[in-house]
Structure formats: C-alpha cells, structure tokens
Design a protein around this ligand. Structure first.
Ligand code: HQG
Length: 179
C-alpha cells in the first residue's frame, strides 16, 4: 500500500472507531473496542491493509489486542466523539504541556480557555514540535500555547496520558496559559 492509501484508510478507521461506528453497523463496547473482523467487514478492507495502517501509523492512533473472550479487537487510542470510557488512570503531567492551534482561535482561547469541543478532552502535547504539527492542521498561522500543567495538577485538575503520549484533560482555564 502506498502512503496515500494508508492515510486514506487511517482516516476511514478513525471515523469508524471514534465518530460513527453506529452508522456502519458497528457496536463498540464501553471502552471503545470493536472486533477486528467486524471492522474489516464494515470497511470492506483486508487484514494486511489494516495491519499496515496500525503498525505504520505516524501517531499510533489505534490499539489492537486480544480481548478476554479471545477475540481480537481494535480501538482508537483517543479522539472519540462517541461516549467511551478509555479507562485511563489519572497521571501526573510534565510541568509544561503545549497546545497548537490556529491564530484565528487565539482571542477566544485567551478569553475562555481551551475547551474540548466535540471530543471528550482537550488534547495537549508534551513537546512544542508535536503541538506545532497539530496546529498546522488548522491552516493559516500556527500558534503554540504553553500550559502550566504543574499548577493545574496542584489545583486538582485531572490528567490522563493516552496510549500514544497525548495528554488529556477536561478543560484548560485561561489562567493556566503561560506566555
Ligand atoms: C480549538 C488530532 C476557540 C483548539 C491532532 C482546536 C490532535 C478553541 C479546535 C487531536 C477553544 C478543536 C486533537 C476556544 C479550543 N475557542 N477555539 N475556547 N478551545 N479551541 O481537532 O487539539 O489526527 O478537536 O485549539 O493531532 O486540534 O485526529 O482538537 O484547534 O492530537 O489523531 O478548537 O486530533 O489527532 O479541534 O486536535 P480538535 P485538536 P488525530
């Protein structure tokens, strides 16, 4: 499979597992897991293609494992809009985390802080480079914000670290944005 085909399939899998499994006739369990065979059938794709996307994914978006019933299953590591409980334990974040966004959102973010929008959490990156890449998806000028995660944690905000190193929290009030 060439790179373009991998990206395309990765997007289809993301959409299926994070946003619209029900439209495809898939029934994720409470933690977002779907039997691999069900996903292959729903997307009309092959196992080799799926394995290539899971292994070659730039961001490790998906996890594949054998469930307690012996059936192989897959889920997205984060980014859902459907209700799922990923079961991630609270974790102590690094002192500083970063969030990349477009310049157009800056005034609003400075006024109301970062909100989770259509997802379950605000997504924060451990390093500036990753945050810059996330922000670049918006087009236009990229802004990388720094979050005082140490202060947030001290004040009782809960963080989780997803399986691919993205830091998740419910919201970032504006006062924790550091210049
Ligand atoms: C912005 C991708 C105005 C926020 C990425 C962002 C990431 C506000 C957008 C992951 C705001 C939401 C998540 C406020 C937040 N006013 N704008 N108060 N608060 N925003 O896509 O963090 O490829 O839901 O800055 O790489 O961009 O899907 O979040 O621009 O890891 O695996 O509202 O999604 O990963 O956009 O990206 P998103 P995100 P995947």
């Amino acid at each position: 499979m060439d790179h373009r085909a991998m990206v395309k399939l990765s997007k289809r899998i993301s959409r299926a597992l994070r946003h619209e499994p029900y439209r495809l006739g898939l029934a994720p369990d409470g933690a977002g897991w779907v039997p691999v065979d069900d996903l292959l059938a729903a997307l009309r794709t092959g196992r080799a293609e799926l394995d290539a996307v899971v292994a070659g994914n730039d961001k490790q978006r998906f996890a594949v494992e054998r469930g307690p019933d012996g059936v192989e299953r897959i889920r997205a590591n984060q980014g859902h809009s459907i209700p799922v409980d990923l079961g991630l334990p609270p974790a102590v974040p690094p002192d500083r985390l970063h969030h990349g966004t477009g310049a157009a959102a800056l005034d609003s973010i400075r006024a109301t802080g970062l909100d989770r929008g259509g997802r379950h959490h605000v997504h924060l990156s451990p390093d500036v480079e990753t945050a810059r890449r996330v922000g670049a998806r918006r087009g236009g000028q990229v802004v990388v914000l720094t979050v005082d995660a140490a202060a947030m944690a001290r004040d009782g905000h809960v963080f989780h670290r997803s399986a691919n190193g993205v830091w998740l929290t419910d919201a970032v009030p504006a006062r924790y944005l550091v210049d």
